[in-house]
Ligand binder design. Structure first.
Ligand SMILES: NC(=O)c1ccc[n+]([C@@H]2O[C@H](COP(=O)([O-])OP(=O)(O)OC[C@H]3O[C@@H](n4cnc5c(N)ncnc54)[C@H](OP(=O)(O)O)[C@@H]3O)[C@@H](O)[C@H]2O)c1
Length: 276
């Protein structure tokens, strides 16, 4: 039996790195990608097939697919994991921040999946999209991020239907709080917008709290990775997986609580009750 293969984006840290380790330990040939050369070197040293890929780089995608075509007879699993949180007030970031957020979290997923389609078709493969519970429970100061993940969820549903005739499956993962560099990266994004001339300057501690929120009591990334691996290997793969702390309770809050009460709770949590 040839080893099954998996391509994972965003393996420099967190969920991507944990997935690379979990799939390798289960006998997969793991193609792990990262955008910085030092991270690629690290992945190579760890024994993965490592490749440099910024998911927004169309030429980089073409070069990667050429390598995969050369070395694999098809692709069993594609995991679209790379992503970040463009945190901060929606109007402070404006269209530019929203566009950048969608480039990475949404458009790049379609671009890479499209490029992988011939390889996936040969193996009747699986596409796994890492979404977020933030698409289900929308919070302030994360509008661009929540919208990008909601868009990804909708695209995953459409893809599932459109790829079914080719026996390619699509699984969507909605993680809750998972230990990773996500909070540190989101905080860096938020700090770029926290400026004295912003109308939201007095609310800056709420912005900071939202940027850090994913790292409040998080589930270790390796737990998510092992649960996801089990789901990928099962005979009846789930369409949707909610994994990690808060991934089950937050959607319940979003559907069961009256909207006005939910908004009051979110306003209090992120310091939005003051009139400015
Ligand atoms: N952690 C959570 O609580 C949580 C919850 C829900 C969903 N998620 C989702 O899980 C996924 C993985 O995040 P994480 O928690 O593991 O955070 P992380 O540790 O920050 O990892 C994110 C990865 O994505 C990569 N990345 C970002 N932009 C990229 C680009 N343009 N091209 C290629 N790679 C890029 C990062 O690379 P660099 O190191 O080069 O920046 C890093 O490898 C994301 O899609 C995130 O939205 C996370």
């Amino acid at each position: 039996m040839p080893q099954p293969s998996v391509l994972i984006t965003g393996c420099s840290s967190g969920i991507g790195r944990a997935l690379a380790e979990a799939f390798a330990s289960a006998g997969y040939t793991v193609w792990a990608t990262a955008r910085r050369p030092e991270d690629v070197a690290q992945l190579q040293q760890a024994g993965f097939h490592a490749a440099q890929l910024d998911v927004n780089d169309a030429e980089g995608i073409t070069a990667l697919i050429a390598r995969l075509e050369d070395q694999l007879d098809g692709l069993d699993v594609l995991i679209n994991n790379a992503g970040y949180g463009a945190m901060g007030p929606l109007l402070d970031g404006g269209v530019e921040a929203l566009r950048r957020q969608f480039e990475t979290n949404v458009f790049a997923v379609v671009g890479l999946t499209r490029a992988c389609f011939p390889l996936l078709r040969r193996k009747r493969g699986l596409v796994v999209n890492i979404g977020s519970i933030s698409a289900v429970l929308v919070t302030p100061f994360a509008g661009a991020y929540c919208a990008s993940k909601a868009a990804l969820h909708a695209l995953s549903d459409a893809l599932r239907l459109e790829l079914a005739p080719f026996a390619i499956e699509v699984m969507e993962v909605q993680p809750g709080a998972i230990a990773s560099s996500f909070g540190a990266n989101a905080s860096r994004e938020a700090e770029q917008l926290i400026r004295e001339d912003s109308p939201w300057w007095p609310l800056r501690e709420g912005i900071r709290a939202r940027a850090r929120a994913s790292q409040d009591n998080p589930t270790p990334a390796r737990h998510l990775a092992h649960q996801l691996l089990t789901a990928v290997q099962s005979d009846r793969r789930p369409r949707l997986l909610r994994l990690g702390n808060g991934s089950r309770t937050l959607p319940l809050l979003a559907t069961l609580l009256p909207r006005a009460l939910l908004e009051r709770l979110l306003s209090r949590r992120f310091g939005l009750t003051e009139r400015l």
